[in-house]
Design a protein. Structure first.
Length: 72
């Protein structure tokens, strides 16, 4: 059985991974700049901010988690 590590991080919808866990995901797990939702490299982006870096309401974040199911 092969185990693959998947780094799940909070992103912005535009996929600008400039700080914090998003930057870590880009530098160490292959998260691609411009991919703000879903799988990218060995990372998985869940948006917590919109494209203008305003915090999303929890109802919107919940939609991303519920729809994605965190599946690759």
């Amino acid at each position: 059985m092969v185990t693959t590590e998947l780094f799940v991080f909070g992103s912005n919808e535009a996929g600008r991974h400039g700080k914090g866990a998003a930057l870590h995901a880009k530098q160490h797990y292959g998260a691609e700049y411009g991919v703000g939702v879903g799988p990218s490299g060995d990372a998985y982006a869940i948006p917590t901010k919109d494209g203008k870096l305003k915090t999303l309401p929890l109802t919107k974040i919940h939609e991303y988690v519920g729809v994605s199911g965190l599946r690759r």
